[in-house]
Design a protein around this ligand. Structure first.
Ligand code: C2E
Ligand code: CA
Ligand code: CA
Ligand code: CA
Length: 279
């Protein structure tokens, strides 16, 4: 190959093998991290835009590596999905989310729902329903306190199987939310086929909507459609007061974003919630 021209081969080969090495190194590191409990759920508040109260939280995975520090999900979730390790990570996230839900709910308190992100591979691996049942039972968490955030693309993957699974989860009492709404496919017929309760408008529309009329039009349209279908709505990536004001005006139910709260470790989140409930 050296003399037969095609310099491109020599340019790309080292990069590719480096990437593969990294992937295997990453996989080994992840296995160790799982065994040693290095994956932690951080929690970000979801704010009720009518009352201003914290109505729930989203669990977001953080990998605390002893040498490399905090690794963000964008850097390890794709490899976790490829290697199947997402199943173990996902179960640990479910367990930590349920523990938080148990702490935050109780007699005389308003219902508090904790959302977990579920990747397509995790949802469709065949044992998801059992995993959820077991985690609920082990933690004492009610299904009504748990929410699953799934992305739009998943709903087109394997229709029959997905409908049945989501229906079983919804019947148990879990809330199903479409994450990143607006970024995926525009075949929205699934909205009536799946037992969905809530749409989460993607942050790319929300972040600078106050300064961008086109984004505002899209957000308005999504909210009108969701409201017409009787779905709850969440806007993610709310960073400024102007966006928050617009969202309230448009009757969006919940908001999530740096304007109010960043994702924080479990104990900080619990303190934050407790303080907000006394106030
Ligand atoms: P996502 O589910 O769309 O989560 C929202 C992301 O936006 C989070 O990033 C969150 O920290 C960030 N965010 C929240 N508010 C704001 C804001 O006001 N401005 C900006 N610029 N960003 C904001 P994060 O935590 O890095 O997570 C990235 C993605 O990784 C998530 O996107 C989700 O797709 C995935 N992910 C995180 N945890 C898990 C998990 O436990 N399981 C799975 N399968 N995926 C996860
Ligand atoms: Ca999410
Ligand atoms: Ca999202
Ligand atoms: Ca996203």
């Amino acid at each position: 190959a050296k003399t037969s021209g095609g310099g491109a081969l020599h340019v790309y080969k080292p990069e590719l093998s480096e990437r593969v090495d990294n992937r295997f190194a990453m996989e080994a590191m992840m296995k160790m991290g799982l065994a040693e409990g290095q994956f932690h759920a951080y929690f970000q508040a979801k704010r009720d835009l009518k009352t201003g109260r914290i109505a729930g939280a989203e669990a977001l995975c953080r990998w605390m590596h002893p040498d490399k520090g905090m690794i963000s999900p964008a850097d390890f979730i794709p490899v976790a999905e490829e290697t199947g390790l997402i199943l173990q990570i996902g179960n640990q996230m479910l367990a930590q989310a349920c523990d938080m839900a148990v702490r935050c709910n109780g007699p005389g308190r308003p219902r508090f729902v904790v959302a977990v992100n579920v990747s397509p591979k995790q949802l469709l691996h065949g044992g998801f329903l059992c995993d959820v049942r077991r985690v609920l039972e082990d933690s004492g968490c009610r299904a009504q306190w748990l929410e699953l955030e799934i992305t739009e693309s998943l709903l087109l993957a394997d229709l029959e199987e997905t409908v049945e699974l989501l229906e079983a989860l919804a019947e148990m009492g879990l809330m199903i939310t479409i994450d990143d709404f607006g970024t995926g496919y525009s075949a929205m017929s699934y909205l009536s086929r799946f037992p969905i309760k809530c749409l989460k408008i993607d942050q790319s529309f929300v972040r600078d909507m106050a300064q961008d009329p086109e984004k505002q039009i899209l957000v308005r349209a999504i909210l009108a459609m969701a409201q017409g279908l009787g779905l709850k709505t969440v806007a993610e990536g709310v960073e400024d007061a102007a966006a928050a004001a617009l969202l309230s005006e448009l009757d969006c139910d919940y908001g999530q974003g740096y304007l109010w709260h960043r994702p924080v470790p479990a104990h900080n989140f619990y303190q934050l919630l407790a303080a907000s409930r006394v106030a």
